[in-house]
Design a protein. Structure first.
Length: 188
């Protein structure tokens, strides 16, 4: 009996979701295809009927995660009537929740170091997604792309440092100071 219509797309989505969670939490190098497939509730053998290579999976996963991050931020901006969009962006991105939940957060801070050692294809995809996120921030902050890139750099650096600090109070302080500095750069 054939699978129902849309079955392959649904399975592919489960694989992408599993990869997103695993890459965020463990990075690319530490995540094997069997781990991803197990996370999707599938066997390793079925991987190649959905993707040509791990490189293709990484590229699509990076794109999906950036889309998810921007969608989440846009939804929050619509819900937060008492804050500016920029305030909502910074409060979410530089929050203890985002810091502490790698498996659902932005992939850029998690994979930036690893991407530098990846293939040219992955670097190109990552660069495109980074540019797209900078443009997103620039639109929200109503600034040029250069300033948007600086703000994103502050956000990413702040999040990476805050995640690396064992002491919760010190980590929280890094998040607070990162928000302040980003606002200073934007003259807010």
């Amino acid at each position: 009996m054939p699978y129902p219509k849309g079955h392959k797309i649904k399975i592919r989505g489960r694989i992408l979701d599993s990869a997103a969670q695993a890459f965020r939490k463990n990075g690319i190098r530490e995540t094997s295809l069997p781990t991803i497939m197990k996370g999707a509730g599938l066997t390793h053998g079925g991987f190649y009927s959905h993707f040509e290579s791990k490189e293709q999976l990484i590229a699509e996963t990076c794109s999906n995660i950036v889309n998810h991050t921007m969608d989440t931020l846009q939804k929050l901006m619509l819900e937060e009537n008492n804050e500016s969009n920029l305030e909502t962006l910074l409060n979410f991105y530089l929050s203890p929740h985002h810091r502490d939940n790698l498996e659902v957060g932005c992939i850029i801070p998690t994979l930036s170091g690893e991407i530098a050692q990846s293939s040219e294809e992955i670097k190109d995809i990552f660069h495109l997604e980074l540019e797209r996120f900078i443009e997103f921030i620039s639109d929200i902050a109503e600034c040029d792309k250069s300033t948007g890139g600086v703000v994103l750099s502050i956000m990413i650096g702040t999040l990476i440092l805050a995640r690396g600090i064992k002491d919760p109070e010190s980590s929280d302080n890094i998040l607070v100071e990162g928000k302040k500095y980003a606002k200073r750069v934007l003259n807010c």
